[in-house]
Design a binder for this molecule. Structure first.
Ligand SMILES: O=C(O)C(=O)C[C@]1(C(=O)O)C=C[C@@H](O)C=C1
Length: 316
C-alpha cells in the first residue's frame, strides 16, 4: 500500500496470462488473482517471461490436462535457464468448449476448424461426427483461433465459452467435450521472493535431473516413500540439447516448512546438484494431507531433541 497525499492507493498486481483475451487461462487467472490488472501474452514462455523480467508480478499458465497430459511449453519454460519462478497457487478448471464460426456459417459450410492442439484433441470425436471433412488447424491458443476466424484465416474455432463475449462470431455449439469430466490444471507463478504459508493441504513441486546410474530414479522415489510423502505426479521431459537425458518433474503432498518435506528435499539435493524448487502452495482440491507417525513434525522434534542430548553426552 502506498500513501499519496490524502489518497490511499492500493497497488494491484499485474498478472500476465497465456492469451489473447478469452482463453481458458484468462478464466483461471481471474479466479486465482481476482482484482488484478490482467496482461494477455501471446505465448506461454512470454507470459512467464513477463514475471521473470519484472513486467508483471504474477503469471498464469496451463500446466496439464486430464485428456492430453502435460502442457510441454509450460514444462519447458519452468525449467529454462532463466531467472526462477515459483508457484503460489493452482487452479482446476473443468473444460467444456464452444464452437465459434464466422457469422452466418452452418456446420456443413465449415472447411477448417482451428484451436490449440490440446483443445482440438479434446473434441476430435465431435468434429468427426459433425464436420468430418473440416481441416484441423493448430492455433496458438483457443482464443488465438477465434482471432483467426475473425480475420478469415479459419472458418471455425474451438474455444472457451467466455471467448464468445470477446469476438464478434456466431456460436455454433456449446458444451462440447469428448470427455465430459476433462480438467485443466493451471499455476499462478511469481518470482521466488514469497512463499505461501503452509495450510495443511499443500503441494510442493520440483524438477530434478538425475545421473544415469542403475536405481537412481528408484532411490529418489524412495526418499519420498520412506518419509511417508505421497507423490501426486511424475513426468519426464528430454533435456533438449542432450539426447537420452531427462529432467523429472515431481509433485507431492506437503509444504517445504514441514520437516519431512524439507528432509526429502535435502536428500534430493544431496543426490543431484540440479534440483529446481518450483514452490509449495495450497492444493486446489483442498483436502488436508494426512501425516502419520513417524513422519509428523512432532516425531522429528522428538528425534532431534534426542540426538542433541546424545551429543551433549547425555543418555535420555
Ligand atoms: O488455449 C487456451 O484457452 C488455453 O488456455 C490453453 C489450454 C491448454 O493448454 O490445454 C487450456 C485449456 C484447454 O485444455 C485447452 C487449451
Amino acid at each position: 500500500m502506498q500513501r499519496l497525499g490524502l489518497r490511499t492507493v492500493v497497488r494491484v498486481p499485474t498478472t500476465a496470462y497465456f492469451g489473447p483475451k478469452g482463453t481458458f487461462t484468462e478464466q483461471a487467472a481471474r479466479a486465482l488473482a481476482p482484482g488484478a490488472d490482467f496482461l494477455p501474452m501471446p505465448t506461454i514462455p512470454e507470459a512467464v517471461g513477463a514475471v521473470r523480467s519484472g513486467l508483471a508480478e504474477l503469471a498464469c499458465v496451463p500446466i496439464e490436462n486430464s485428456v492430453e497430459g502435460a502442457v510441454s511449453a509450460a514444462m519447458d519454460t519452468l525449467a529454462a535457464d532463466a531467472p526462477p519462478v515459483v508457484a503460489l497457487a493452482e487452479y482446476l478448471l473443468p473444460i467444456r468448449f464452444s464452437i465459434l464460426v464466422r457469422p452466418g456459417l452452418k456446420a456443413a459450410d465449415v472447411r477448417s476448424i482451428a484451436s490449440h492442439p490440446h483443445a482440438l484433441a479434446q473434441v476430435e470425436r465431435w468434429i468427426q461426427d459433425t464436420m468430418p471433412d473440416a481441416a484441423r488447424r493448430p492455433a496458438s491458443s483457443t482464443a488465438g483461433a477465434a482471432v483467426g476466424v475473425q480475420s478469415g484465416e479459419f472458418d471455425a474455432a474451438v474455444t472457451a465459452p467466455v471467448a464468445a463475449s470477446h469476438y464478434s462470431l456466431d456460436v455454433l455449439a456449446t458444451d462440447v467435450a469428448d470427455e465430459r469430466d476433462a480438467i485443466t490444471r493451471f499455476l499462478l507463478l511469481a518470482r521466488p521472493e514469497r512463499l505461501p504459508e503452509a495450510t495443511g493441504a499443500d503441494r510442493t513441486s520440483v524438477i530434478v535431473v538425475l545421473s544415469h546410474q542403475p536405481g537412481e530414479l528408484a532411490a529418489v522415489l524412495n526418499e519420498f516413500a520412506s518419509r511417508g510423502i505421497n507423490l501426486t505426479r511424475i513426468e519426464s521431459r528430454p533435456l533438449r540439447n542432450r539426447f537420452g537425458e531427462y529432467r523429472f518433474y515431481l509433485d507431492f503432498d506437503g509444504h517445504i516448512s514441514e520437516p519431512r518435506v524439507a528432509d526429502a528435499l535435502g536428500a534430493l539435493r544431496r543426490r543431484s546438484q540440479r534440483v529446481l524448487f518450483l514452490g509449495s502452495y495450497p492444493k486446489a482440491e483442498g483436502n488436508a494431507t494426512e501425516v502419520t507417525a513417524p513422519h509428523r513434525a512432532a516425531d522429528y522434534e522428538l528425534s532431534g531433541t534426542w540426538v542433541a542430548a546424545l551429543l551433549r553426552g547425555e543418555q535420555p
